[in-house]
Design a protein around this ligand. Structure first.
Ligand SMILES: Nc1ncnc2c1ncn2[C@@H]1O[C@H](COP(=O)(O)OP(=O)(O)OP(=O)(O)O)[C@@H](O)[C@H]1O
Ligand SMILES: [Mg+2]
Length: 1106
């Protein structure tokens, strides 16, 4: 949301008048009353045009906060209530934006708040100007130069606890953007007499007290100082402590500030050493000592302090001691040394202390300048801030007051010049006719003081330089001669003095009528102070110091650069520096802050009218207002003026379309303001009399009230109407909703009533129908029932009739049967009783047996192996049944056998033999049962390959088959043709058919085999027989059972001896000489289902059977 700009003006909520120019009537009383009224309301700032009057509140007011800074930032000067920030902002902006160098001249008497004001200006400018690390450092250094300078240059006086005892002018330098670059400080006339002596109730410079209170023990020891103030002659004791001031804390602040400003540690230490040396100088005391030539000579009472000073500063003790005792005057290459008496020695000591301190102060300013000077050569914009002692009128006014008041005269001069110039320039700029303004020009007073030929300062210098005895009295005499005719100079001797007989004008005095009042000066000390002499011996002693800082402070002590010319006097020096300052100020746009001290008690809330009146007078503030008001009291640019008063005229309210000036013209015409009361400038309206402005303001106030009422009226009307409209709208909405709701309700009621009625009617109708239906149904049911009853009756009648009929028929039959039976029984009774029972029994039995034996459709199978047999039907036939089964089986076996041929009989005999031999003994046997025994598997007759073999055998071949003969040596097998004839057993080569061995059956003693499912068998031969030379045979064959059976049968039929067949899993065979055990091992088979044979060793041949 855009921030709404609220246009305000200085004229808003004014307490008294914010700008004295508007004061009506204008006189001292109204002026003071206005100031007082504002002061009582905490409005300490009041304007005179662009000049700010500041009344010291002597308490902290909440008007310097960062928020206030923001309030005043970039606002027009007259937009807000008077404030030092408004002036600072105006100056800064015109410096930054219009490239005009500025100076801020702060004047006022001691304790009026000049230094505070200058710090406020600096802090405001620091707050609103650019930001950034570098800029901040510059700002910080500029701000921190204040505590350092205040410590060394400020002191407690009766008027001000922190009175600046020097004049200060500081140029703050900015770049084109308005960022600070650095600064230059000039100092004017430090009140050095304070170092050695302070008036009652006042203190020496702060730094002495700060050092003694705040330094660490270590530092104090180093500086050979003691914490006790009373140890030092230069410190006044009656006001050593200042209320609300913590010297120790301030010491830390100062040291910290020095660090920030850029002092090296050794530099800060050197400075403190000089301060210590000054303090200690005060403790050197002298005593008179008579010399032979009758002259008084001074001697240092206690050399201890001197020794310590010398140690601290690195000065040869004897040199310093001598410098305190002798004075050497050089004139025309001649050196004359005179002794110093005690008074002169004290004078010398104090002069040294004052010089040391004031030179140290100047050195500090220079050192700070070195740190804060701008680091760039680009063109700088400058804002100068002058915080200089104001006009001073004391009871005893001396040289210092004279100098200070001279400075103020000069400032007044420049103020008049610049203010008038500015005023005039504005008139020219605005095209307003310039009317002469009557005011007091103080140039004449300045001339009285500074005129080069007969000015007071020139006279003083002349006196000081004049050979011969020079005293303050001779100086006054001279003044009486030269200035007597001047209208602003008065003295007892002046011929034109109107106060010739006035005893208030003492003898050794002269009076000057300054622009701000008359001041009576005591001539005592003028010459001395103007001379500002330091004996050359002392400056030379200082130059010889080992302490570099001290040495650098006294360059004139260098004997090589000895200068017989007198140094410029204090007066001329000051005059020159004031001249430079004035020249500098004249090039800048001035801004004035006039500080006023409200009371002498440094107290808040007290406004002493007499005191303020005095200040107003000598500050020439009324004059100031008059000058400002000479032509026109008030001026304002057309736009804000129109903006402010446009409501006073119908044409301009609420908006004026044309140019602002035309608007203002119309406005003023309409208001009938007399034409002589105002003038139209180019951009501003000039109002001659404040009354006119106040009239405008009153009208505006009245009109604003009317407008407020109007606005209020319209607003109230609008608010009520809006409210009414809202209510109406709401009422319509509510009514609509309510109607809808009511209609809904009614509708629902009607609907539910309808439903009730409807349901009643429907119920009634339904019940009516139901009743009818029920009636009809009952009628139907009644008919049916009646019909049913009727039918029932009829049916029962019929049934009864039929039953009657049937009973009768049955009864006839029964009766008939009975009758027949009776007849038969009567006929057969005589036969039946004797035979019938037995005959019936036999017949029945016969029938049963017949039926059983016939076994109709239940005849058992004729197969001998069929075990089925029909069950017996009657229990009593059990034994018959079994017998019948046995007989039947025998009969069917016989029947079966009778079919066999001889050939078949032989085969079955052989099979029977095999069964007897091997059944339940050898596991191979069951598989052989189904295989027919073929004997000659190998048809030798047909195969021509075996012709030779066939020819060799004459007998009938019983077995011809290929067997595996196991090699006796390694258990491997070779195929051999195995031939069994009636008498022999032959082995022949399978390929060639050549007979390999022939064993007569008589030599075969035994056949051995395992009980397992393998075809291995051994043929044991008779020991000693021819065939047995190679040992027993070990074969394996697929037809082992057949071969063993046939071998057994053939042997039996040929030799009539039963062949021994041994079935065992471990048996011995004779291989040549060795008996070898053949062992059968079940399982553990590697190569599938084929039994394998392996010769394990000499004694063992292992056969693995699957
Ligand atoms: N704006 C202010 N708000 C609060 N207190 C203030 C203000 N101005 C001045 N004072 C008080 O008044 C005292 C004196 O002010 P300051 O030192 O500025 O006077 P001065 O005009 O510089 O005097 P001198 O000429 O002796 O240096 C300050 O120490 C402070 O206590
Ligand atoms: Mg001050």
């Amino acid at each position: 949301m855009a921030k709404m700009e609220v246009k305000t003006s200085l004229l808003d909520n004014m307490i008294g008048v914010g700008d004295m120019v508007l004061l009506e009537p204008l006189n001292e009383e109204t002026f003071i009353n206005n100031l007082k009224k504002r002061f009582d309301h905490n409005e300490i700032y009041t304007y005179i045009g662009s000049v700010v009057i500041s009344v010291n509140p002597y308490r902290s007011l909440p008007i310097y906060s960062p928020e206030k800074v923001e309030d005043y930032r970039n606002r027009n000067f007259y937009e807000l209530s008077p404030h030092i920030f408004a002036l600072s902002d105006e100056a800064y902006r015109s410096l930054r934006d219009q490239d005009k160098d500025q100076c801020i001249l702060i004047t006022g008497e001691s304790g009026a708040g000049k230094t505070e004001a200058s710090k406020l200006v600096m802090s405001y400018v620091a707050a609103v100007c650019g930001k950034g690390a570098e800029v901040n450092q510059v700002k910080e250094q500029l701000l921190q130069s204040n505590p350092v300078l205040e410590a060394f240059g400020n002191a407690k006086t009766v008027r001000n606890d922190n009175s600046s005892r020097f004049g200060k002018y500081m140029d703050i330098e900015f770049d084109f953007k308005g960022d600070p670059l650095g600064g230059v400080i000039s100092n004017y006339l430090l009140e050095k007499s304070r170092v050695v002596k302070q008036p009652r109730g006042e203190r020496n410079f702060h730094v002495f007290y700060q050092l003694l209170s705040g330094a660490s023990e270590e530092l104090l020891n180093k500086l050979t100082l003691e914490r006790d103030f009373s140890r030092y002659n230069y410190l006044s004791l009656d006001s050593a402590k200042v209320n609300g001031v913590d010297d120790a804390a301030n010491f830390r602040t100062v040291r910290n500030a020095m660090q920030i400003v850029g002092f090296m540690d050794h530099e800060a230490e050197s400075v403190l050493e000089v301060v210590a040396a000054v303090l200690k100088l005060g403790n050197i005391e002298f005593k008179p000592e008579s010399r032979v030539n009758g002259l008084d000579e001074s001697k240092i009472k206690d050399k201890n302090e001197l020794k310590e000073i010398c140690e601290l500063t690195g000065i040869d003790q004897s040199v310093l001691e001598r410098a305190f005792s002798f004075r050497t005057v050089e004139a025309k290459q001649e050196k004359v040394s005179t002794t110093l008496n005690v008074a002169q020695a004290y004078y010398a000591r104090d002069a040294l202390a004052k010089n040391l301190y004031s030179r140290l102060f100047s050195w500090l300013v220079n050192r700070i300048n070195e740190s804060i000077k701008a680091q760039t050569k680009v063109r700088k914009k400058v804002m100068g801030v002058l915080d200089i002692y104001g006009f001073e009128i004391f009871e005893d006014n001396s040289f210092e007051q004279f100098i200070i008041n001279y400075c103020n005269e000069k400032l007044q001069q420049i103020f008049i010049e610049l203010t008038l110039k500015e005023e005039q320039e504005e008139y020219v700029r605005e095209g307003i006719e310039w009317t002469h303004i009557d005011y007091f020009n103080n140039a004449i007073i300045c001339d009285l003081i500074e005129n080069n030929t007969n000015g007071i300062l020139a006279m003083l210098d002349e006196e000081c330089l004049r050979p011969g005895t020079v005293t303050d009295e001779t100086f006054l005499e001279k003044l009486n001669q030269v200035c007597a005719t001047h209208q602003h100079f008065e003295s007892r001797m002046s011929k034109s003095s109107r106060f010739l007989n006035d005893t208030s004008l003492p003898h050794s005095c002269f009076r000057i009528q300054h622009y701000a009042g008359k001041v009576l000066y005591q001539v005592e000390g003028f010459v001395d102070k103007n001379n500002d002499l330091l004996y050359r011996d002392l400056s030379q002693a200082m130059w010889k110091a080992g302490h570099t800082l001290i040495k650098s402070l006294f360059p004139e002590g260098n004997p090589a650069k000895i200068n017989l010319k007198r140094p410029p006097t204090a007066g001329s020096q000051f005059k020159a520096s004031v001249a430079t300052l004035m020249k500098n100020l004249q090039t800048k746009n001035p801004n004035y802050i006039r500080c006023i001290k409200p009371n002498d008690k440094k107290a808040a809330h007290i406004f002493s009218e007499a005191l303020v009146c005095h200040q107003i007078r000598y500050l020439g503030l009324l004059e100031n207002v008059r000058v400002r008001r000479a032509g026109y009291a008030f001026r304002q640019a057309y736009e804000p003026c129109l903006e402010r008063y446009k409501m006073l005229c119908k044409q301009t309210w609420p908006h004026w379309k044309g140019p602002a000036r035309a608007g203002v013209e119309v406005l003023f015409n309409e208001l009938e303001i007399p034409v002589e009361e105002y003038s139209f400038g180019r951009s501003k309206i000039f109002i001659r009399n404040p009354r006119t402005l106040f009239k405008l303001e009153d009208l505006r106030k009245q009109r604003l009230e009317d407008l407020a009422t109007l606005i209020q009226k319209i607003y109230r009307g609008w608010k009520c109407r809006t409210h009414f409209l809202l209510m109406r709208k709401s009422q319509i909405v509510i009514a609509a909703w309510y109607r809808r709701y009511a209609q809904q309700k009614r509708y629902q009621q009607i609907k539910s009533s309808t439903l009730v009625i409807q349901s009643y009617i429907r119920g009634w109708k339904a019940r009516k129908i139901l009743r009818e239906l029920k009636h009809r149904k009952r009628c139907e049911e009644a008919a049916t029932t009646i019909a049913a009853y009727w039918h029932g009756t009829q049916a029962r009648r019929e049934l009864k009739r039929l039953k009657e009929e049937a009973r009768r028929k049955h009864a006839v039959a029964v009766i008939w049967a009975y009758w027949l039976g009776l007849k038969v029984r009567r006929e057969y009774r005589k036969f039946f009783r004797a035979n019938a029972g037995k005959k019936i029994y036999e017949f029945t039995l016969q029938r049963i047996v017949q039926k059983y034996f016939l076994m109709k459709n239940k005849m058992p199978s004729l197969s001998p192996i069929d075990k089925n047999w029909p069950p017996r039907p009657y229990l009593f036939l059990d034994s018959t049944h079994k017998e019948l089964k046995r007989i039947f089986h025998l009969w069917r076996c016989k029947k079966y056998r009778d079919q066999f041929t001889d050939q078949q009989k032989l085969i079955y005999e052989e099979k029977l033999e095999a069964s007897e031999l091997f059944k339940d003994k050898k596991a191979l046997y069951p598989s052989s049962v189904g295989q027919p025994f073929q004997g000659a598997y190998l048809e030798i007759n047909k195969n021509p390959k075996y012709k030779k073999l066939k020819d060799a055998i004459e007998e009938k071949i019983i077995i011809a088959e290929v067997v595996n003969k196991i090699n006796r040596a390694n258990g491997k097998s070779t195929s051999r043709i195995f031939l069994l004839t009636n008498n022999n057993l032959l082995l022949a080569d399978q390929k060639s058919g050549q007979i390999k061995s022939e064993v007569p059956l008589v030599d075969v003693t035994k056949v051995s085999m395992s009980s397992q499912n393998d075809g291995f068998f051994a043929v044991h031969l008779k020991e000693g027989s021819e065939a047995a030379s190679k040992g027993d045979f070990l074969f394996s064959s697929d037809h082992l059972i057949e071969m063993a059976t046939k071998l057994y049968r053939t042997t039996l039929s040929q030799t009539k001896q039963k062949l021994n067949i041994e079935i065992s899993d471990e048996f011995l065979v004779q291989f040549r000489q060795d008996k070898v055990c053949v062992k059968f091992i079940q399982g553990n088979q590697k190569n599938g289902s084929v039994p394998t044979c392996k010769r394990k060793n000499n004694r063992l041949l292992e056969v693995a059977v699957p």
